[in-house]
Design a binder for this molecule. Sequence first.
Ligand code: ATP
Length: 333
Amino acid sequence: TKTYLTGIQTSGMPHLGNYYGAIRPALAAAESNDSLYFLADYHSLNSVKDPAKLREDIRSVAATWLACGLDPQRTVLYRQSAIPEVFELTTILSTVTAKGLMNRAHAYKAARDRNEAAGSTELDAGINMGLFNYPLLMAADILVMETDVVPVGRDQAQHIEYTVDIAQAFNHLYGEHYSFPIPEGAYPEGTGSVLPGVDGRKMSKSYDNHIPLFMPENELKKLIRRIPTDSTPVEEPKDPDTSVPFQLLSYFAAAERTREVRKRLEAGGMGWGELKNELFEEINTRFGPMRERYDELMAPGSELDQILEAGAQRARRRAAATLAKVRRAIGID
Ligand code: ATP
C-alpha cells in the first residue's frame, strides 16, 4: 500500500473556506489510504515569533482536525517538532543539495523580487535562512517517512520537484546501500469552488473576511448579523445570486432548503435579517457538535496531548527506521 503524507500549516484556527477547500476533502481521502498527517510547527517558526501564539496555534489546529473527524487510530497525527530524525535528515540532505537549486526556489525568489521592487540594494535583506531552507526541510519531512504520495496544492509543485531532485541526488551517490522511494505530488482536480468571505471576496485570512470554524456561538451570530447587505425592504424581491449570506447558505443548507429560500427571496417577503438567522442556524447545526468536541480538546489536560504523543511515537518508529538505513548508507552508523 502507498503511504500518503500531508503537512498541515499551524497558522491559527482554520476558517469555513479551509474546511470546504482543504480539510473535508483531505479527510475523505484519508479514509481509503495509509495516511500520515503532521503539524508543520517548525515551518511556522519562520513567521511566528510569539511563543504563546505558536503554542496555542499548534493545539488549535490539531484540535480542529480531530474535531472535524480525523481518526487518530487510522491516521498517524504528529507534530513535526516531535521527530528529531527530520532535522538530522535535513542536515544529511543539505550535503547532496546544490545551493543553486535553492536559489531558484519560488518563495525565496519572490522575497528577493519584493526587495528589488522596493528599491533595496541588498536583495537578501530581511530573508532568513529558515525561508531559504524551507524546501530542504520539506524534502526531509517527506523522505523520512518514505512517502509515496503527497497531496498538495499546485503552488507546492516546485517543492515536490525539489524533493525528487534531492532524493535522486542521494540515491545516485548511495543507492547501492539505500535508496529513498521517489515521491509524487497528487494535485486536486479542477479549481474547486471558492467559498466567499463576508465581503464577497474569496474567504481568506489575509483579507480578514473569514468566519473561523469554531467561533463561540454568540460571536458567530454577531459576525453573521454584520455581513453587509443592501437596503431592499423586507417585502421587495431580492437577487439571491448577489447576496453573500445566500451564497454561504447554499454551502451549508440542504439543496431543498436552499431552493425554498431562493424562491422566498425572489418573491419578496423574506428580509436579510431572516436570511441571516437562517444562515446562522444552518452553520450552527452543522458545526455545533464539532465545536463541542473542539472545546473539549482545547481544555487544559484534555486527551489532545496524549493523542499527539501516541502519534509521535508511531511516526518516530518509522523515521528512526529510515534514519538507521540512511546512516548506514552514508557511513555514519
Ligand atoms: P492566507 O490568507 O494566509 O493565504 P487562506 O485563508 O487563504 O490563508 P490558505 O492557507 O491559503 O488559506 O489555504 C489553505 C487551504 O484552504 C488551501 O487548500 C486552500 O485551497 C483552501 N482554501 C482557502 N480559502 C478557501 C476558500 N475561500 N474556499 C475554498 N478553499 C479555500
